[in-house]
Design a protein around this ligand. Structure first.
Ligand code: SF4
Length: 424
């Protein structure tokens, strides 16, 4: 592994679709070398030798601090600042803190793992966490490396001050298989044991089963074992997602590994991803012919069976409009069930999801609006029906009915991939 340290110009990624979050890519490149890694896709303009040359933004803590200062925030938890802040007792500092809404600092990105081996020596992620703590900001972390346990002291302090969550991507229960696809990450055992330690410390922690690898990760044994082990580790949520293979390095590297270790599946993968979708989506016609199930539906149903939340429980940052965000969360959940799980209407689900994003960005508190004002919001009729009901009752009858329907799919052998798959 070659580590190249450099002073980056930018670090923070924001999105209108998720205005109460910022994302940080502290490194470029990732030594974990997962064969399905999307980060090496040409669309991100990463360097060659993505898995062996790790570019480290050594000034990431300073860049984050500069960003927070520009937004008007102060290092209220820092012991020594050499400013007037030092003369204000710690207990009063929150009162002089700026009124701007806070956001969640997501210490992860799609082009690196922030706890990959280089971090053991460089400690940039730890310094970034320290800045988040100093300025009183909540954090979320997503990793495949148990090195995150090194920072449990700091993560605990952040959790006591505001909020911290640690998620682990976990894809394969069998260690031999896991090593084929994620050769340099911590083992599934190590990740689950780290998850359990965070839960013991009262920190929210859960699992991302992404990607569910067709014919390998979507088998009965793998999925049942992963859900059981997540339950045993007391994960407070689980999320599942499918495999995308974007044309170029992403797809080529993955198919190379399939050819080496599962040659009998190569023809199926070739067919399944023959459409070369720029988003890496499989060809749904072939998907149907192969009788593969939607991994999100699989995960949703299994989360019910195992009694684990499907979706991360939401943390609402200080200074944000609570009713708007709670309403947006319920609307997103309705859109998810309507579009992804029950497949009732993609168009309706899309409009509800857009309304949720609009509410997240709306600077006016919807709970203080008059009925006439609410009706001027740019939503469609069916969206208003949900909004009015949620405002009046604080719940959604649609959601209650659908979430209670535990018999959505029967989990039998047809629910999982077959041992000898075919296109017929
Ligand atoms: S841990 Fe994430 S970023 Fe790193 S190689 Fe694996 S998929 Fe890519």
């Amino acid at each position: 592994m070659i580590i190249e340290k450099y002073e980056a110009k930018s670090l923070i990624r924001t999105s209108k679709r998720s205005p109460h979050h910022i994302h940080l890519n502290i490194y470029q490149g990732c030594f974990h070398n997962c064969s399905y890694c999307d980060g090496k896709s040409e669309e991100y303009f990463m360097h060659d030798d993505y898995n062996n040359k790790i570019r480290a933004k050594i000034n990431a803590p300073e860049l984050l601090e500069k960003y927070l200062i520009n937004k008007g925030f102060l290092p209220i938890n820092r012991e020594k600042t050499n400013t007037l802040l030092d003369f204000i007792p710690q207990s009063n500092r929150k009162k002089i803190s700026c009124d701007n809404p806070k956001f969640i600092i997501n210490i992860f990105g799609n082009i690196c793992d922030v706890y990959q081996p280089a971090e053991a020596e460089l400690t940039i992620t730890r310094k970034v966490l320290q800045v988040a703590y100093d300025y009183g900001f909540p954090v979320r972390i997503l990793t495949k490396n148990a090195l995150v346990l090194r920072d449990i002291d700091l993560i605990k302090k952040i959790n006591q001050d505001t909020f911290a969550r640690v998620a682990f991507t976990i894809t394969l229960s069998n260690q031999q298989e896991q090593l084929i696809f994620e050769p340099n990450a911590s083992s599934t055992n190590e990740r689950l044991s780290a998850l359990n330690k965070f839960r013991e410390e009262g920190i929210s922690a859960g699992g991302y089963i992404t990607p569910v690898i067709p014919w390998i990760g979507d088998t009965k044994t793998n999925l049942m074992e992963l859900f059981q082990r997540l339950k045993d580790a007391r994960a407070d949520f689980v999320i599942t997602g499918g495999l995308t293979l974007k044309p170029g390095r992403n797809k080529e590297d993955f198919l190379k590994i399939i050819g080496e270790h599962y040659p009998e599946l190569l023809i199926l993968y070739d067919e399944l991803y023959r459409n070369n979708s720029i988003y890496g989506q499989p060809d749904m016609e072939i998907w149907g012919k192969c009788k593969l199930l939607n991994p999100i539906k699989q995960g949703y149903q299994m989360s019910k069976e195992y009694g684990i939340n499907f979706f991360e429980p939401r943390y609402i940052p200080e200074g944000t409009l609570r009713t708007n965000l709670e309403m947006a969360t319920i609307l997103s959940r309705i859109a998810f069930l309507m579009g992804e799980i029950y497949e009732e209407s993609w168009q309706k689900a899309y409009k509800i999801r857009e309304a949720a994003i609009e509410l997240e960005n709306n600077p006016s508190d919807i709970s203080l609006m008059k009925f006439d004002e609410i009706l001027t919001l740019p939503y469609e009729k069916h969206v208003f029906r949900h909004i009015i009901e949620i405002l009046q009752t604080r719940k959604s009858s649609y959601l209650i009915k659908k979430e209670d329907n535990s018999q959505l799919f029967v989990i039998n052998d047809d629910f999982f991939s077959k041992n000898s798959p075919s296109l017929r």
